[in-house]
Design a protein around this ligand. Sequence first.
Ligand code: KG4
Ligand code: ZN
Length: 341
Amino acid sequence: MAINILGIESSCDDTSAAIISDGVLLSNVTANQSVHKAYGGVVPELASRAHQQNIVPVVHEAMRRAKMTKQNVDAVAFTKGPGLLGSLLVGASFAKGFSLALDIPLVEVNHLQGHVLAHFIKEKGKNIQRPKFPFLCLLVSGGHTQILLIKDYFDMEIIGQTIDDAAGEAFDKCAKTIGLPYPGGPLVDKLAKLGNPRAFKFSKPRIANLDFSFSGLKTSFLYFVRDEVIKNKNFVSENKNNLCASIQNTIIEILLDKLKKASKQTGVNEIAVAGGVSANSGLRNEIAANATKYGWNTYVPEIEYTTDNAAMIAITGYYKYLKNDFALQSTAPSARMRIDV
Ligand code: KG4
Ligand code: ZN
């Protein structure tokens, strides 16, 4: 009999449900929250209210697409953290109720481990290459930027990380500086395709070892734009594509410099990327170019599994289910969680 896992993700502003059967994805449904656009960032209270409205229809739709009834579900996996507490509470409460009502196991998932294990989602009719252990994973999202040494499904070591802002935050904050709505990352990516990546030069941080810093870059971008606008009030509208291409290029260079260093230091040539920023076309191209140059085997997730989604929670839940790693009803979400616990 196949093992069917219902995955629930609600850590930030996406409400998502997915069904995975023996590791094969049957459905993955996500409701995005447009309510935050006007505020330039996610408003936690509005996010948790929207999750409450979305969760039942999203789960219902995931079941319908998977052609599954509640009685066929063997376990429910949910995101325990890290994330916004009010948002996490909605998914956790739903999962607990579902587990109790159907008398099936509850599985708690670390959202960051979910991003990494998204590489193990199988799809019918697709022969997706999975990274082989040990591999390096550049995890780049709105809240995290880390280089991880992945030794096994649940054995992940942080070998480098940001000391301040995350790469996604750098994209979003620079986008905001030039008047783009939240989340700015995907828009910067789109406009960057029309611009010159070398039009403007921004200095890269000098940080020791494999760590990152993005807060100085964000500030120098802000001051640069502010000074240019004083000279020419149309500077941003006249240079939007070049500004996007240049800032994107700088962020990618910072990420790739450290990834190359990590590969050299560890001798690991299996290289994966994960998290929302791994949807960035410039980063994806650069990873592919480095594969040829350095003899890396590279693994870039399908776009659907880069940003927050429940398929990655369901696949992580599946591997935990195989280990009989179940949660108690007394479990509670946690806003802060490390990947290496
Ligand atoms: O993984 P994710 O969906 O949520 C977190 O766990 O944080 O990542 C969201 C981040 C946002 O900062 C968003 O702007 C960024 O990923 N992002 C992108 C792109 N798509 C999403 N950044 C650059 N280029 C993209 N195409
Ligand atoms: Zn995420």
